[in-house]
Design a binder for this molecule. Structure first.
Ligand code: GTR
Length: 392
C-alpha cells in the first residue's frame, strides 16, 4: 500500500487518500448464527433476507407502503421536442394517496428520439432544482448533463428529493410521511422509515411510470445520486429490484463507505446522526460510537444489490466520504456476485484517479477533484452501461 502511494506521488498524481486497511469487518458469507454461506440458495433464502431485515430495522427503516393502491400519472405539460430535435421531453405529475393523505410531485424525462425503447438514467436530485435539473434547459449544470446523456442514447430523467420529503428535521411528519402515517400520534416506531428511504420510494414511483412508457426500456434503468442522493440510490437499488443499476456518487458514511476502516477525516455515525437523524430510523442512534461493534457493515448492504450492477465513485479531495472505505466496501461485497457466477469489483489495489475499474458487475472510479457529481462521473456510469450491452 505504501509503495502505491510513493509511486503515485512520483508519477505526479494528487492522491489525498490514506493507506488505511479494513479491520475486523463482519463476514459477508457467515450468517448471524455463525454458519458459512457457500451456495446461492443459502444466500437467497437465509443470508440476504437476514441482512435486509437488519438494515431495515436498524438503519433505513421500514416503509409502511410500497406502491400505493392510489397512484396516478398525468402529463403536467404537453410533450415537447427539444434539444435540437434530439429528445422528446415529458413532464409527468405523480399523484398518490396513502391511508392518511395524499401527495404529488412532478418529474422530467428527456427521451432520445430513436427507433428502439431507450435505456435510462434516473437522477435523484438533491441540489436546487432550478439550477440543476431545469426542464427548460435554460440553465445547464454538469450535475445533470442531460444533453450529453441523450447524445449517448440514454434517457435523462430527474426528480427533486425535496418534493417527496423535505431535507430538514421535521421528525418525518410531512411529505410522503404524512400520507402514509398517522402523524397525530406523537411517536414513531423505532424502525419506521427515514428520509433516505422516502426519497428512494420516490424513485420507485418514477420507475412505476417508466414501466408504462413504451419509449423507455424499463429493463435497463439506472438510479443515480450524489452524496445523500448516492446513499439513496443504494437504498433504491436494494429495495427495488427493477433498477438494473445503482450509481452511488460520493455517498460516504451510511452509503458506500465501510465503517470498519480507520479514516479519521471521514464522516462517522456520531456526526451524521447528530446532523441528519431523520435520514434514518430511530434505532440507528444505538450504533453511534459503536459502529464497529455492530454485526453488519455497508459492504453487506451493497451486496444486497447482487447480481445487478453497482457503480461506486469517489473524488480525490473528498476525504469526508472516505474514498478507500468506499472502494473496500465494493471489494468486500463482491462474493455475493460470485455466487451468481459473476464478478463483483475486479481490482488490483486502490486505483489511481481517472482509471475506472469496470471489468466486473461493480464499477469503481476515483475522480480528481472535489465532492461533486460531474460529467466525468456520468460518462463512467454510461460507459459501464454500454459495456453491459444497454444500447444493443
Ligand atoms: C454532508 C453529510 C454527508 C453527505 C453530504 C451531502 O453534510 O455529512 O453524509 O450526505 O452532506 O449530501 O452533500
Amino acid at each position: 500500500m505504501k509503495a502505491r502511494i510513493l509511486f503515485a506521488m512520483a508519477a505526479g498524481f494528487s492522491v489525498t487518500v490514506s493507506a488505511a486497511q479494513p479491520e475486523n469487518v463482519p463476514e459477508l458469507m457467515t450468517t448471524f448464527g455463525g454458519e458459512k454461506v457457500s451456495t446461492l440458495e443459502q444466500w437467497e433464502t437465509i443470508r440476504a433476507p437476514e441482512l435486509l431485515k437488519e438494515f431495515t430495522n436498524e438503519e433505513y427503516g421500514k416503509r409502511p407502503v410500497e406502491r400505493p393502491p392510489a397512484l396516478v400519472f398525468e402529463k403536467a405539460e404537453p410533450d415537447k421536442v427539444m434539444m435540437d430535435g434530439k429528445a422528446i421531453r415529458k413532464r409527468i405529475r405523480v399523484m398518490y394517496a396513502g391511508p392518511y393523505g395524499g401527495g404529488t410531485f412532478t418529474f422530467t424525462a428527456f427521451i432520445p428520439r430513436q427507433e428502439k425503447p431507450a435505456p435510462a438514467f434516473l437522477l435523484i436530485c438533491n441540489r436546487k432544482p432550478s439550477e440543476n435539473i431545469d426542464p427548460e434547459r435554460q440553465v445547464k449544470s454538469g450535475f445533470w448533463p442531460a444533453e450529453e446523456i441523450v447524445d449517448r442514447g440514454y434517457a435523462a430523467i430527474a426528480f427533486w428529493n425535496g418534493d417527496i420529503a423535505p431535507d430538514y428535521d421535521t421528525g418525518n411528519r410531512v411529505g410522503v410521511f404524512a400520507a402514509c402515517e398517522n402523524v397525530s400520534i406523537p411517536y414513531r416506531p423505532k424502525n419506521a422509515w427515514g428520509t433516505l428511504s422516502a426519497w428512494a420510494w420516490g424513485a420507485s414511483r418514477v420507475m412505476d411510470w417508466i414501466e408504462t412508457e413504451p419509449l423507455l426500456d424499463a429493463k435497463h434503468v439506472a438510479v443515480v445520486g450524489h452524496s445523500r442522493g448516492g446513499k439513496t440510490a443504494l437504498v433504491a437499488g436494494v429495495y427495488d429490484k427493477r433498477f438494473a443499476m445503482s450509481c452511488s456518487n460520493d455517498s460516504g458514511c451510511s452509503g458506500a463507505k465501510l465503517n470498519h476502516i480507520d479514516l479519521p477525516k471521514s464522516e462517522h455515525l456520531h456526526q451524521i446522526a447528530a446532523r441528519f437523524p431523520y435520514w434514518f430510523c430511530l434505532n440507528y442512534i444505538s450504533h453511534v460510537n459503536a459502529e464497529t461493534a455492530w454485526r453488519v457493515d455497508q459492504h453487506e448492504f451493497i451486496a444486497l444489490i447482487a447480481p445487478r450492477l453497482v457503480c461506486i465513485a469517489s473524488a480525490s479531495e473528498d476525504a469526508w466520504a472516505g474514498q478507500e472505505g468506499e472502494y473496500y466496501a465494493g471489494l468486500l461485497a463482491s462474493p455475493a456476485w460470485e455466487l451468481y457466477g459473476k464478478k463483483g469489483l475486479v481490482a488490483n489495489g486502490f486505483p489511481a484517479p481517472e482509471t475506472p475499474l469496470q471489468e466486473g458487475c461493480i464499477s469503481y472510479h476515483l475522480r480528481t477533484g472535489k465532492h461533486n457529481l460531474t460529467p466525468y462521473d456520468w460518462n463512467c456510469y454510461m460507459d459501464f452501461a454500454d459495456r453491459h450491452g444497454w444500447r444493443q
